[in-house]
Design a binder for this molecule. Sequence first.
Ligand code: ZN
Length: 229
Amino acid sequence: MSNAIVLLSGGLDSATTLAIAKAAGFSVHALSFRYGQRHGIELEAAARVAAALGVVEHAVIDVDLARFGGSALTADIAVPKGRSLDDMGSGIPITYVPARNTVFLSLALAWAETLGARDIFLGVNALDYSGYPDCRPEYIAAFEQMANLATRSGVEGHRRIRIHAPLIRMTKAEIIHQGQALGVDFGLTCSCYDPGPDGQPCGQCDACTLRAKGFAEAGIEDPLVDRFF
Ligand code: ZN
């Protein structure tokens, strides 16, 4: 079996992406980051998801993006609450973390090259209002091109690096259906940008709103709603 790196945030997108990588036959090495995010709840979720779906190894790397701030997720800036879908559909939200996916993918690339892996998976999604510039298909294609210029494995030519973003053109409802079909327990995941101390979703941030919309459109009950509400 080939090794693959999967970026694992603990949300439902990355959990589904991990399940897709497993179903494709890869031995998964999951990678999460303690990047100065507002809360550790998502890292606990990532550990639960990694254990439940089965990985060879789950690495958690410290990268202090809060040293730079500039995002509602890494600085003392309020997480927007109660925004409409129209609001979310316009512009880049304050929850965008500067260059986060580039930093994360670069570290994933370093680990991949060390392991002799050529496949890196991440759960970015260009639909459903994410608004993040580093979630677009052209960004993923450009990073893949760079990765093959930057590495020994790319230059020597026998192991071309591939960046997989299997969710990129899926709606949240399609992602939920896919995850359910692959046995993902969404009750283990955490999507909220601003959860309570026990992991209770705020129900008001963009991530909570999009998650609720996705489950409603999928016609599936969110197990987190059962647990907390
Ligand atoms: Zn929330």
